[in-house]
Ligand binder design. Structure first.
Ligand code: FDP
Length: 368
């Protein structure tokens, strides 16, 4: 794919023409024209975009295929986790000082191995690695940058609760050769694509290139992702909130007031909201994407920047949320996608979900 093709709308694909102008060409939405029981595979969904773009190189498609392969391999490891010796901790801690689980390490290795040789990326960064991950000697450097949280929700691995993988794709900033940290430190608005895989009651891959959010469910017998949720939209409102209330004693007065309001008859809608909290961002976000509501991991007295990582968690989820009609802020008036990262493992407070719910959080917290 060419540099801009990854961001083109699917149903009204804009095709580059020689003089640099863009002509809009209508194509049938995926699924509508497939006319058979096979449905649309993830590969085909991505390929259809590539085929309609003049000058497409196939790089974005190739990168996506590598990510999808990694997702299938990780899904198969997760399913057998209790049988293979991959449950439990490694005994090490990561750059954030958190316990590293065996499955974290395995998933990280799988993603790196699946992507590093493809020639599509110039550098990678992972929540599990202190520094950027270079492309091994002898392999070409591509034009994209891949950042990921290989296994989100580590504390839920051993208790068989949904976990996930989050990824974010940017174009490189440097001109050529090995990518650098500068290629990774880009604002969320610069993302070419973002997505996540949820290893839940089924395995799903959800992605956006910024112009619609599409969900694919893995058929484990076929070993392929099929389009199951097209053009997902987050409901504008929904009376559900998702936050770790165990941290309440450390919250700011504004955050405490907001949650108290949601639990009272003063909540929007005049009755208390329901609480849902899995403790895996991917799972809490996935529910919020499908059902609406708001997920928050605020900053508090102990951790003013909260817990979640900007580049591997907040920014990709914010890209998806906005593409689905939702919103994502830091709870203090700043859009997550506008935050300029200063470090690879930077944390950020996150308020994400239904547009009106995020706005209500912002307004209530601002009153202090
Ligand atoms: P985990 O520590 O289990 O990996 O990113 C880390 C994360 O999970 C998120 O997936 C999740 O939303 C959050 O932390 C849960 O944190 P708490 O246990 O503090 O609620």
């Amino acid at each position: 794919m060419g540099d801009s093709e990854a961001q083109l709308p699917l149903a009204q694909l804009a095709v580059s023409i020689d003089n640099g102008a863009m002509a809009n060409v209508s194509i049938p939405p995926p699924g509508a024209s497939s006319g058979d029981e096979l449905g649309w595979t993830l590969d085909r969904h991505i390929l259809e975009r590539q085929r309609r773009v003049q000058g497409a190189t196939g790089d974005f498609t190739g990168l996506f295929q590598s990510i999808a392969l990694a997702a299938r391999v990780i899904a198969s490891k997760v399913q057998k986790a209790g049988l293979a010796d991959v449950l439990g901790a490694t005994g090490a801690t990561n750059v954030q000082g958190e316990t590293v689980q065996k499955l974290d390490v395995l998933a990280n290795r799988i993603l790196i191995r699946c992507v590093e040789a493809g020639g599509h990326v110039c550098v990678m960064a992972s929540e599990e690695n202190d520094e950027i991950i270079p492309i091994p000697a002898g392999y070409p450097h591509g034009k994209y940058v891949l950042m990921f949280d290989p296994l989100d929700g580590s504390s839920n691995i051993d208790v068989n609760i949904s976990i996930g993988t989050i990824f974010s794709i940017h174009r490189r900033r440097t001109a050529s050769g090995p990518g650098t940290v500068e290629d990774c430190l880009q604002r969320g608005t610069e993302q070419v694509a973002a997505g996540y895989v949820i290893y839940g009651s089924s395995t799903m891959l959800v992605y956006t290139t910024g112009d619609g959010v599409h969900g694919f469910t893995l058929d484990p017998l076929v070993g392929e992702f099929f389009l199951s949720h097209e053009n997902l939209q987050i409901p504008a409102t929904s009376p559900t909130y998702s936050i770790n209330e165990g941290n309440r004693s450390r919250w700011t007065p504004g955050v405490a007031r907001w949650v108290d309001t949601l639990k009272s008859n003063d909540a929007p809608g005049g009755k208390p909201y329901g609480l849902r909290y899995v403790g895996t961002l991917v799972a809490d976000f996935h529910r919020t994407l499908l059902r609406g509501g708001v997920f928050a991991y605020p900053g508090d007295k102990k951790a003013p920047e909260g817990k979640l990582r900007l580049l591997y968690e907040a920014a990709p989820m914010a890209f998806i949320a906005e593409a689905a009609g939702g919103a994502a802020t830091n709870g203090a008036g700043t859009r997550i996608l506008d935050i300029e990262p200063g470090q690879l493992h930077q944390r950020v407070p996150l308020f994400i979900g239904s547009r009106d719910e995020v706005r209500f959080a912002e307004e209530t917290i601002a009153k202090g």
